[in-house]
Design a protein around this ligand. Sequence first.
Ligand code: DGY
Length: 322
Amino acid sequence: MKPAILVTRAIFPEVLTKLEQYFEVESNQDDIIFSPTELAARLKGKVGTLATASARINTELLQQVPGLKMIASMAVGYDNIDVPACTAHGVMASNTPEVLNETTADFGWALLMATARRVTESEHWLRAGHWTKWRYDSFLGADVHGATLGIIGMGRIGQAIARRSMGFDMKVVYHNRSRLSAEQEAYANNALYVSKEELLQQADHVVLVLPYSVASHHTIAAAELAMMKPGATLVNLARGGIVDDQALIAALREHRIAAAGLDVFENEPKFHPDFLGLSNVVLTPHIASASEATRRAMANRAADNLIAGLTEGKPRDWLNPP
Ligand code: DGY
């Protein structure tokens, strides 16, 4: 008998085939989002799970599934997993770093450009049949080239975003828990380390790519938005809870900042309905890593972690090694 595992959400068929070589796989190709109670019920009798960021893994769940040995998450961010609780319950946890850095950085740029240059706003206007003549002042946006880019969270994705700014002759300022090495700063378009306040005061475009935690909750709230330049743009690629939605909605409504691009939301797939009434926000459904190649790479990396963890006791991207 092969050991049993659960794949919590729909996934590429070839990844299921790979897992089936090692395990009895219960999959969820109907892609139902399991409630915490249902997730616990499905995990009973399973030794491992390949889960996505929508699965909440906490003490309450772990207490109900004593046979569980490993959680392989298909995401780099793991704020949905209580890693110390996993350790306390003897459960290995892993994520999927590296494979999505470049694709996520590409999308950060897509959102930055769309936001600063009002791409989706003007497209909606055109589709609605409003375009009757060219005007000198239609959809005036902010320049990206030559501007100052502020990056909060200068991990590998932040550095990849900064690197791309070389082609736009931008100055880069960044804020991070710790300062990068001189080599890393040089790689990231000679990025300058500044305080969060300095960054918000100096940047024309602010991109958020920091991990979510209690400490980073509402990193951008009313006080921070008030520090930003009028005409600045804000892009959030990280997690919804990093931004205070109410404060952002007020700032956008009053045009205290020009625009925002949001790929993540605090209670996604739900999001604050007031965003829909604002033309100066670009909203996308958590797709920063969604290129064909990268999502396949993430799914395979998660599967490989699960296989290595459950067969050798040593996943490559182990979040809680001894
Ligand atoms: C990640 O990998 O953390 C992405 O945000 C997808 O959840």
